[in-house]
Design a protein around this ligand. Structure first.
Ligand SMILES: [Zn+2]
Ligand SMILES: [Zn+2]
Length: 306
């Protein structure tokens, strides 16, 4: 039994979660119950939380809360802790790999469009099993659990944030999934941190094709025209320090597109907080595209971060 087969947005990796037994065994039953719970949570119905046992989001052993992982699975997750690049949040093997500015070589040579980024986990085979169910399989109970760890990972960013904004999805995709997973994460991040949320500040005006098989530069081109600031958000963004929330940070093409349009609307800085990020930045081609196609870059960020 397979719930999904491929990550069609971010990486194209095989995303089948380890449910190979075609019989209706306990693991499958628990997964289905969690899926039902997620569906109900998305529609504001919390009754199942009172009636059904809660299980580890990764291995299905019983846990104390929906969306949590057991201690064994938690140890398998690769949390991003210091040392990491102060700019993009990529984990570094040693502080010796950061330069004088505490940034990775990639950021020193080619700074990203956004100001700073942090993520809770490395995006790998384990964290993928937390992110993809939230994204594709109605496991919306994972959003508050992930947000709890995101808030810790992004504490420094949140202390400099005026406005929390989720990465938008196209309305057609939102209808298919019934929710925007970045919006769910941003709601929980705002609630936990006491921050101000503007959930509809951005919208995706074009349905982007599957990005998995595109190069970083091609992804950037696709995203460039897809993101818009909603009319009512234009004045709200002016002079604000914005924290953009997404589930996964890979090439940064989407974050760069969002940062660019928000800067044009007057945002003085745009930071990014994701549940997970890829270990190695793939930004080189992406950033070259943005350098060639937009005059709005990091001039404002230096003052904003002082
Ligand atoms: Zn577990
Ligand atoms: Zn970096």
């Amino acid at each position: 039994m397979e719930f999904w087969t491929e990550c069609d947005i971010h990486c194209g990796h095989d995303a089948v979660v380890g449910i190979e037994n075609k019989r209706m065994n306990l693991t499958v039953a628990r997964a289905l119950l969690d899926r039902m719970r997620g569906f109900c949570t998305a529609w504001g119905v919390g009754t199942l939380d009172l009636l059904l046992p809660r299980s580890c989001a990764l291995c299905s052993v019983e846990t104390y809360g929906a969306g949590l992982v057991c201690s064994e699975c938690f140890a398998r997750l690769r949390m991003i802790v210091a040392p990491c690049c102060d700019r993009c949040g990529v984990p570094l093997a040693s502080a010796a790999f950061s330069g004088r500015t505490l940034q990775c070589v990639s950021c020193e040579q080619r700074p990203p469009v956004w100001d700073r980024a942090r993520a809770a986990f490395v995006y790998d085979d384990i964290s993928r099993q937390l992110i993809l169910p939230l994204k594709y399989a109605d496991r919306t109970e994972l959003a508050p659990a992930l947000a709890t760890i995101m808030v810790r990972a992004g504490a420094a960013l949140l202390s400099e944030t005026d406005l929390i904004v989720p990465v938008p999805v196209h309305w057609r995709r939102r209808v298919e999934r019934r929710y925007n997973q970045a919006a769910l994460l941003s709601r929980s991040v705002a609630r936990l941190s006491g921050g101000t949320l503007m959930v509809d500040a951005l919208h995706r005006s074009a349905a982007t094709p599957k990005l998995a098989h595109l190069s970083a530069a091609e992804r950037a081109k696709v995203m460039a025209d897809a993101i818009r600031v909603s009319p009512k958000a234009r004045s709200a963004l002016n002079g604000k320090r914005v924290l953009l929330i997404d589930d996964v940070l890979t090439t940064g093409a989407t974050a760069s597109a969002c940062a660019t349009v928000m800067r044009k609307s007057g945002a003085i800085s745009v930071m990014v907080l994701a549940a997970a990020r890829t270990e190695a930045p793939e930004r080189e081609d992406t950033d070259r595209f943005w350098e060639e196609n937009t005059p709005v870059r990091n001039d404002l960020s230096k003052d904003a971060l002082k």
